[in-house]
Ligand binder design. Structure first.
Ligand SMILES: [Fe+2]
Ligand SMILES: [Fe+2]
Length: 264
């Protein structure tokens, strides 16, 4: 079956809500980096070396670390594809700034794995196991269309994994002595919020441009959430999953989308 494709007939409907220029982006990221390094400098050595967490925590955290790391690795790839195929420059610019963000997130998550002493040969098998984000991101990596990538990756996945879910992850890690992961989650969420904002503006523009686009976006939402539902582990991660859906529906329902019917 040929994939559905939609586009913005009137590209002037899309304006980067962060109004970034190259100069402003570089300045923003320099400030962001300073803030991150200052927060990181307050973490005790024991916590940075993962001596403050229990062995049981580490055993159970490997698949969370893998979800973080490989989601960011996937994001660097699909957003690069989205940039390469972008139908107009304003959208391409947003994708390129995001590519730089995701690259930094990826490096933070690689460092978590390394400092926690998890051998690299264990990383990918942990992500390929059931109950992870693997199936969703592998689907994204097969796509080439910028609009579909941004709706599924930025609007649905990042919109869902927004501030609320990262707060759950950060607080959970911190409560178990993993302060480094907590600092990383709180740093990443400031960029993700910008990725969600431009995707939201894009979705709104697509629907204003042609109301029939709503059906296609609904299908993309349904496909995405169905691929994501395994991460809820049949209700084992209920608090996280609820926050995930709530974050997403808070931005999606006001635009006319309907909840997806899901087995959890
Ligand atoms: Fe990211
Ligand atoms: Fe992102």
């Amino acid at each position: 079956m040929a994939r559905k494709q939609i586009t913005l007939k009137d590209p002037t409907r899309f304006k980067d809500p962060a109004t970034l220029t190259w100069e402003r982006y570089v300045a923003l990221q320099a400030r962001e980096r300073e803030r991150y390094l200052a927060e990181r400098a307050t973490i005790p050595d024991d916590a940075m070396a993962y001596r403050s967490v229990s062995p049981r925590y580490l055993e159970r955290a490997v698949d969370q670390f893998a979800n973080n790391y490989y989601s960011e690795l996937s994001a660097t790839h699909y957003i690069a594809t989205a940039a390469a195929n972008a139908p107009f420059d304003e959208l391409k610019k947003c994708c390129l700034f995001q590519l730089a963000d995701e690259q930094r997130h990826l490096e933070m998550d690689r460092e978590v794995f390394e400092r926690a002493g998890i051998p690299e040969r264990d990383w990918l098998p942990a992500w390929e196991a059931p109950g992870t984000t693997c199936r969703f991101f592998r689907h994204l990596l097969e796509l080439e269309d910028t609009i579909e990538l941004l709706v599924k990756g930025n609007f649905v996945a990042e919109g869902a994994a927004g501030p609320a879910t990262f707060a759950v992850l950060a607080d959970g890690a911190e409560a178990r002595g993993d302060v480094f992961s907590a600092v990383n989650h709180r740093a990443r969420v400031r960029d993700e919020t910008r990725h969600i904002s431009f995707a939201r503006v894009l979705v709104k523009a697509l629907i204003d441009d042609d109301p029939a686009n709503l059906d296609v976006i609904q299908t993309w939402q349904d496909e995405s959430l169905q691929l994501f539902v395994e991460v809820a582990r049949g209700g084992q991660r209920q608090e996280w999953w609820q926050g995930f859906l709530d974050s997403y529906y808070k931005i999606a329902l006001p635009l006319g989308l309907r909840p997806t019917s899901l087995p959890v």
